[in-house]
Design a protein around this ligand. Sequence first.
Ligand code: PLP
Length: 313
Amino acid sequence: MRPRYLTNLNLQDFFETACEIPYQKIDSELFPNIELWIRRDDLLDPLISGNKAYKLIYNLIEVREQGADTLVTCGGAWSNHIHATAAAGARFGFKTVGIIRGERPRVLSPTLSDAERFGMTLRFVSRADYRERHSSGFMNRLGLDGPGIKYVPEGGANQRGAEGVKQLGTILEKTSPIEFDECWLACGTGLTLGALAGALNSSGIRLVGVSVLKDGGSIERDARYWQGRCADVERQVSVVSEAHCGGYAKFPDYLAAFQRNFERGTGVPLDPVYTAKMAYALHREDLAGSLSGRRILMLHTGGLQGCRKSIKK
Ligand SMILES: *Cc1c(COP(=O)(O)O)cnc(C)c1O
C-alpha cells in the first residue's frame, strides 16, 4: 500500500486525507481468537505520519495564523516528533529548531541527521537543562522567545495536539468498516489515548493503551488529564503496563522474532519502539484467551522512520 502525501497545510485537505486512510483486515495465526483490523495512519504521508501528524496539524496551522516563522520543539535522538516537525517545516516553509537532550554526538542518529537535512537547527542542551523544559523561563534562557517563535512541547503534547487527536476520534467513528469492541494503541505520554477517549464518548468502544515505558502509572495519569480536557464524561480506558519488554526502546530477541513473523504474515511494517510492542501485547492477550470473539482495531500510529535505529538489546 502506498502512502498519501500532504501537499498543502490546511485542515480540510488534512482531514480529507485522513478519511481515506485504509483499514486492513488481519488474518494471521498470531491472533487466532479475535477479528482483527488495523488502521494504517503510517500511510498518511511518507514523513509526516502516524499520531504525530494529528498532534502537529493544529500547531502548524497556528504557526501560520500567528504569522510566526519558526517552530521550536524538544525531543530525544530517536524522536518521531522531531522527525515529523522537521519534515513539516521543510514542506510548508517555516524554520524549525529542535532542542535535543544531551551532548551532540560525533555521529548523529538517522533521525537527527534527517532532521538537520530537512533544515532543522539542532540545539543540544545538557540533561540538567533539558529537565527544565516545562518551566516558564526555558525558552528565554535559550534565547528562543521572540515574537516569530512558537513553542510546541515534546511529543506535540499540548492542547492543540489533543484537538488534532480528537479529530482522529471523529474520523474513526465515521470511517470504521465494522463496529469494534476495542481499539488498541501504543502509548508514550498517553495524550493520544486520553484525547481519543475524550472524543469517542458516544460509542461503546473500549480503549486499550499499551505502555512502551516501564512506568505505566504516569501514562494512566496523563491520559486521564487529556481525557478531561477533551470531554465532560468519564470513560474507562485501560493501560496494559507489563508489555514494555524491558523498558523504553528495549528490543529483546523475542520481540524481534514476533515483529518478523507479524510483518511476514500480514505485510504490515511495524516500528520496534511502539507498534511492535502494541501488537505483541495484543497477541499475548489473545493467546491467553480473554478476548475470544471480540472485534478489535489496532491503530498504526506510525514511527517507521525509527526502524533504522541501532536499538539496544
Ligand atoms: C509518539 C508515538 C506514540 C505515543 O503517543 P503518545 O500520545 O505520546 O502516547 C505511539 N506510537 C508512535 C509510533 C509514536 O511515534
